[in-house]
Design a binder for this molecule. Sequence first.
Ligand code: MF3
Ligand code: CO
Length: 265
Amino acid sequence: MITIKSEREIELMRESGALVAKALDLLEMEIRPGMTTKELDTMAEEFIRDHHAVPSFLNYAPKGDPDVTPYPATLCVSINEEVVHGVPTAKRVIREGDIVSVDCGVYKGGYHGDAARTFVLGVIDEQVQLLVDVTRECLDRGIAMAVEGNRLHDISSAIEDYARSFRFSVIENMVGHGIGSELHEDPAVPNYGRKHTGVKLRAGMTLAIEPMIALGRSRRAISRRGGWVAVTEDGKPSAHFEHTIVVRPGKAEILTGTFLERKRT
Ligand code: MF3
Ligand code: CO
């Protein structure tokens, strides 16, 4: 069931969303080669708790998979061939030349916000830089379609078409989602599909749109049994950007937009 949020609910989601954005802004300013992914996680958790909120992902347990243990951290930090759900540890050091996808969720006032950015550390391979730039643009193009009267897969096809025009690969087994009082609500928001199909978008639907795009040919992200991190099948790098948005007439409202001056996403 897809719920339509009231303006009062959206106001609360604006607060959760702003906190997610500010946490990611903080990480964007602080991330450096030599840091561990655990250091990033601690920084984010302290920031969130200092603002009287709770990390959405911490202890999250996916329904229907008894093999998977509850998620043990605040952030997902996924490096290079890791697509999503990289679990921060004190052993994993971030290096120059890495791309680091950081996903953050915040629960406050009864509602979740969810967003992700891929950070580039130092000088990286030209193709990998293009992958990151294209994935960010995929998100923007998806959001541009999230307006009242369009259909769900107008978002999906805008993302897929742009990624494919660079011969990049869309990860198909991981999707965006509705969001609100639950982190994952209906509908699933795939990053591929046929335009003019899927449910009609209505004002007040709140969606987390999150393209995951890879170099190479992998269309799936695979994880070991019982493990969280999901990697490309061919070991090629993957990028991930995500915003929580509200469907509006004419133009979607982004709830997790950055506060940094040098505007990127
Ligand atoms: N943004 C991701 C998602 O929507 C992060 C979830 S991590 C989890 O699936 F631990 F909560 F699963
Ligand atoms: Co999400």
